[in-house]
Design a protein around this ligand. Structure first.
Ligand code: 9Z3
Length: 324
C-alpha cells in the first residue's frame, strides 16, 4: 500500500528547481519553433494567446515505469482554444498540451466513444465518405481547422511530466514577453502540486517486494516568477481547482493576491463544465450555463472567452492610461 503523507514536504524555490532538474530533450527545438512563430506574428502586429492544457505527470522512477497522473483530459484547454480570443477573423494560438490529450478541432473525434471508423461510411460506388449523420458538423470543424493550418496560426507543443511543463512554460513565456500586452496567458493545465525531486528518485524500477511509502516535495509555485520575471507585462489568467465549495473562492482570491496576476478562474471538479467564477482584484463574476444551454450542449468556454477578451481590452486601455 502506498502511504501518502505531505507533512514533511519541502518547498523548493523555483531557481533551485530549475538548477537541479533536467528539461525534456525537445526543449531547445521547441524554443526555436516558438521564437520563429512569435517573431513572424509579432512582425505582422498580431496578438498571441498561450493556452496550457491537460494534466502533468509525476514520475516515481528516473527510468520511469510508474508515474502519478491526474484526471484532466484537456477538455477545458482544447475547447477554449476554439473560441476567438482576439476580436479578428483569426487568432494566433500556442497550444501547450499534455501529449495525447485533447486538441482543438480534433477533440470532437479523437477521444470519442465512437471508433473513428464509425464516422465513415462505404458508398455504393465503393469509395469511402463521412457518415451523413456527422457530415455537417465535421464540415464546420474541418473548415475552421484548415483555416488555422493554412495560415500557420496554431503552434502545438507538448509536455508529459511536471518538469517538462515547468521548463517549457518558462521558455515559452520568456520568448512571448516581447509581445508585452499583446499576449494572453491562459493556464488551464492541471499542474501537479507534489513531486519527487530527481535526486531523491529511484534510478531504476522500484522493487515490488514490500509496501511502498512515498514522500513528495511541493512543486515550486511557478506563478510568482512567471508574473514577476518571465512575463512582467503579460495578461495572465490562471485556473484554480478545488473540490470543496467552501474553500473555492477564498483560495482563488488568495492565489490572485499572492501572485499578483490579473484573473483567477475558480472551478469545482464536479461543476466545472457548467459553472465558474472569474475573480479579479476587485470583483467576482459568475459564469453559468442555464438548463436550456446545457440541454443544447453549449460549452461554458463560449461564455468564458468573450468575457476574457473584453477584460483584456479594458486592461490594455487602462494600462496605457496609467502608463503601465
Ligand atoms: C483547471 O482548473 C481546469 O479548469 C481543469 C479542467 C483542469 C479543471 P479538464 O481538463 O479540467 O477539462 O478535464 N486547471 C487548473 C488547475 C491547476 O492546476 N491550477 C493550479 C492551482 O490550482 C494553478 S495553475 O494551484
Amino acid at each position: 500500500m502506498a502511504l501518502l503523507d505531505n507533512s514533511t514536504s519541502e518547498i523548493i524555490n523555483p531557481d533551485t528547481y530549475f538548477q537541479t532538474h533536467t528539461p525534456s530533450r525537445t526543449l531547445i527545438e521547441d524554443e526555436i519553433r516558438v521564437k520563429e512563430f512569435v517573431n513572424k506574428h509579432q512582425e505582422a502586429g498580431r496578438k498571441i494567446v498561450l493556452v496550457t492544457s491537460g494534466g502533468t505527470t509525476v514520475p516515481l522512477e528516473n527510468n520511469t515505469v510508474r508515474f502519478i497522473d491526474n484526471f484532466s483530459a484537456g477538455t477545458r484547454g482544447a475547447t477554449s482554444a476554439e473560441y476567438p480570443f482576439i476580436i479578428s477573423v483569426i487568432w494566433i494560438l500556442i497550444f501547450m498540451h499534455r501529449q495525447f490529450s485533447l486538441q482543438p478541432y480534433s477533440r470532437h473525434y479523437t477521444h470519442s466513444t465512437n471508433c473513428f471508423l464509425d464516422f465513415m461510411e462505404l458508398k455504393s460506388d465503393g469509395s469511402i465518405g463521412v457518415n451523413s449523420k456527422y457530415a455537417s458538423k465535421m464540415k464546420f470543424v474541418l473548415e475552421k481547422y484548415q483555416e488555422f493550418k493554412k495560415n500557420e496560426t496554431l503552434l502545438l507543443l507538448n509536455f508529459v511530466t511536471v518538469t517538462d511543463y515547468l521548463f517549457l512554460l518558462r521558455s515559452v513565456t520568456k520568448i512571448m514577453s516581447v509581445l508585452k500586452e499583446n499576449a494572453m496567458y491562459y493556464l488551464a493545465a492541471a499542474v501537479s502540486d507534489f513531486f519527487i525531486p530527481a535526486q531523491k528518485m529511484s534510478q531504476h524500477k522500484i522493487h515490488s517486494d514490500g509496501g511502498l511509502t512515498l514522500t513528495m516535495d511541493q512543486v515550486p509555485k511557478f506563478l510568482k516568477p512567471m508574473v514577476t520575471n518571465w512575463v512582467p507585462g503579460g495578461f495572465i489568467v490562471s485556473f484554480k481547482l478545488e473540490t470543496d465549495p467552501a474553500l473555492l473562492v477564498d483560495k482563488s482570491r488568495l492565489a490572485l493576491m499572492r501572485y499578483g496576476h490579473q484573473i483567477v478562474i475558480a472551478n469545482l471538479l464536479t461543476t466545472r463544465k457548467c459553472e465558474v467564477v472569474l475573480i479579479t482584484r476587485d470583483s467576482e463574476f459568475q459564469i453559468k450555463l442555464t438548463e436550456d444551454e446545457i440541454a443544447e450542449d453549449k460549452e461554458i468556454e463560449s461564455k468564458i472567452i468573450p468575457e476574457l477578451v473584453k477584460r483584456h481590452y479594458e486592461w490594455i486601455r487602462n494600462a496605457s492610461h496609467t502608463g503601465l
